[in-house]
Design a protein around this ligand. Structure first.
Ligand SMILES: NC(=O)c1ccc[n+]([C@@H]2O[C@H](COP(=O)([O-])OP(=O)(O)OC[C@H]3O[C@@H](n4cnc5c(N)ncnc54)[C@H](O)[C@@H]3O)[C@@H](O)[C@H]2O)c1
Length: 343
């Protein structure tokens, strides 16, 4: 593989942008060229905060020829515009989760990147957690037998101050909803990655605690295409907030992850009990910024390798779209008060 470092531009200078910045600065297959903010004043402030060159608009950043890949860290309802503009300029795009706030908008991003011949990746950093990868490998090797049940529980807490911290949070236009699409989406993505596509969903969502447009409590009853069943419980109204839980049950065994760590590993025919730590990692269940950047770094590295080798990144646009389509299915089912067929 070429030793050339790929030039990176980061669009958006809010909370998550700092994780991307640190990751890019630590990786040796890429180098940071600049960031982009939405005004001269914000660019000045960001440049001071992060100590890097910051353009006053993403259009200016896209004109920079040394930028080959952009990482989009604007709010969720503003991923489409920068993606279309970047694709037009021939830049590869790595976008924060969720891919966008509607499947229609996500499809435009996927089509534009395909047409321009650039890669599109979606950040779902938990796919790169070592314990999750161990579970996935065991499932793919058939160690759990036929999958029969998969559950994702994301009973988190966010206070009013969180929803007031950025004007887009909890809004339909800016966030696409709330607890499921913003917080729950990570574990829902893992559930789909393990269990496969969902055939039909029955959903109920409510806003029970916060003064927001989106839901702070949402449930989904799933029938997977492979015949397995599943449930989703997502919230930002549960105090004090608990680590996200992913439960996978097959005919030959069961594995449970909590806070990204394996807490139960019960598989028939496996005589050696694997070592796993009971320590639950900090994953933002009560504090949105209590995540470190190690998994972001792993995913950015994977994306850069995909660009260099002209291969598919682990989470491309199509993969990133799956969790969004399911969550929109839950919202639709709740509105229509009936089960929704997704395929
Ligand atoms: N992967 C994770 O664990 C994780 C964690 C937090 C947030 N996120 C995602 O990252 C995205 C951003 O979230 P955040 O918490 O950093 O939000 P934030 O509100 O802190 O930051 C968003 C930034 O985008 C900037 N912006 C908006 N429009 C712009 C434009 N046209 N040009 C340039 N900049 C523009 C805003 O000025 C702001 O600085 C969201 O999609 C969110 O879902 C992911």
């Amino acid at each position: 593989m070429s030793l050339k470092k790929i030039g990176i531009g980061i669009i958006g200078t809010g909370s998550i942008a700092g994780h991307h910045l640190k990751s890019v600065q630590e990786l040796n297959n890429c180098k940071l060229i600049a960031m982009a903010s939405s005004s001269k004043e914000r660019a000045k402030a960001a440049s001071k905060k992060f100590g890097v060159k910051t353009y006053a608009s993403y259009q200016k950043l896209l004109e920079d020829k040394s930028v080959e890949v952009v990482i989009i860290c604007t709010h969720s309802g503003n991923h489409l515009g920068p993606t279309l503009a970047a694709a037009k300029m021939g830049k590869h795009v790595l976008v924060e989760k969720p891919i966008e706030v509607s499947v229609k908008r996500a499809d435009k991003m996927i089509a534009a990147c395909k047409k321009a011949g650039v890669k599109l990746g979606v950040i779902f950093q938990n796919r790169f957690s070592p314990d999750y990868m161990r579970l996935k490998k065991a499932v793919r090797k058939g160690h759990l037998g036929k999958l029969i049940l998969g559950n994702a529980y994301i009973k988190w807490f966010r206070d009013e101050a969180y929803y007031k911290s950025s004007s887009w949070k909890g809004t339909i236009k800016g966030d696409g909803g709330a607890a499921l699409i913003n917080q729950g989406v990570h574990t829902i993505d893992l559930l789909l990655d393990i269990m496969g596509d969902v055939k039909s969903v029955f959903g109920k969502v409510r806003t029970v605690k916060h003064k927001i447009e989106g839901e702070d409590l949402g449930l989904g009853l799933l029938t997977f295409r492979n015949g397995a069943l599943g449930t989703i419980e997502g919230s930002t109204a549960i105090t004090p907030g608990y680590p996200a839980r992913l439960e996978i049950y097959g005919t030959k065994g069961s594995v449970i992850l909590e806070g990204g760590k394996i807490i139960s590993w019960d598989i028939e025919d496996q005589t050696t009990k694997d070592n796993f730590s009971n320590e639950v990692s900090k994953t933002g269940f009560a504090d949105p910024m209590a995540i470190n950047h190690a998994l972001h770094k792993a995913q950015i590295s994977d994306f850069i390798k995909a660009v260099k080798k002209n291969k598919k990144p682990q989470v491309d646009g199509k993969e990133g779209r799956r969790s969004l389509a399911l969550i929109q299915g839950i919202y639709k089912s709740s509105r229509k008060r009936k089960e929704i067929q997704l395929m």
